[in-house]
Write a protein that binds this ligand. Structure first.
Ligand code: SAM
Length: 237
């Protein structure tokens, strides 16, 4: 995908953190999805639906755009304005209580949201894996702690994010949290390359949360945190 194609959709209104378009682009470049129009993809924690729009355009699949803080009505209006109202279905549900069909999704994608709700050992296998088809894939991009600072999130990040520091985990720890099962073929976690550019795009906006993040970028965010990529391939049983 070419991120320039989506520049006009990226604004202080649609962004909720570091540029989700860059994070999605890196995931799809590293692990391209082979999909067709019958496939269904879940965009988990989609926020304002920017990534849902792009997933729809880039894959041709039917997209379910799920978020908790943004209502389905609000996202539905945006999808209609963007011309993807037929292809993208807005849903407002807690990620720990989803009501989709078992094995419904060819892929689950989650950008800058999975860390809010999935930090326990059982979460992936109990709450997400059941909805992924055989041969399916899961692509996740989230802020985290660099591996060398694992275990020190509270002391290093609290001045910036307070109690939310506990959500910041290292790529190695995320691999352990996804775990293994007889349905999982492969789990990869890594520090993503788009960190600097995704943050720069966000810090340049006048969003009030971005203004706050600006104060901590050089002293906390840049030295200690990273963007963690997570890729899970499901077996073709
Ligand atoms: C920082 S925003 C990122 C949104 C969007 N993915 C992006 O990158 O712009 C985090 C998102 O996680 C979602 N979220 C947090 N907890 C959730 C939960 N339990 N279930 C579903 N979504 C959740 C919020 O609704 C919010 O939109």
């Amino acid at each position: 995908m070419n991120i320039i194609d989506y520049k006009k959709y990226v604004s202080a209104e649609t962004m909720m953190g570091p540029n989700s378009v860059r994070i999605l682009a890196e995931l799809l470049e590293k692990y391209p999805l082979q999909t067709d129009s019958d496939d269904m993809i879940l965009d988990l924690g989609c926020g304002t639906g920017l990534t849902s729009l792009i997933i729809a355009k880039e894959t041709g699949a039917r997209v379910f755009a799920n978020d908790l803080w943004i209502s389905a009505e609000e996202n539905g209006k945006r999808f209609a304005e963007w011309g993807v109202g037929e292809q993208v279905t807005p849903v407002c549900e807690d990620a720990s209580m989803l009501h989709f069909e078992k094995k419904q999704f060819r892929a689950v994608i989650s950008i800058d949201s999975y860390h809010y709700f999935a930090g326990s050992k059982v979460f992936f296998q109990e709450k997400i894996l059941p909805f992924v088809k055989e041969n399916g894939e899961v692509l996740i991009g989230i802020p985290g702690l660099k591996d060398e600072y694992a275990g020190h999130a509270k002391e290093l990040l609290s001045d910036w994010v307070g109690e939310d520091a506990a959500m910041f985990k290292s790529p190695k720890l995320w691999k352990e949290l996804i775990g293994s099962s007889d349905r999982i073929q492969l789990v990869k976690t890594w520090e993503m390359d788009c960190f600097r550019e995704a943050w720069n795009d966000w810090l340049e906006t006048e969003n009030k949360f971005a203004l706050d993040d600006r104060q901590y970028f050089e002293t906390i965010i840049k030295p200690y945190t990273c963007f963690t990529g997570i890729y899970v391939k499901i077996k073709n049983q």
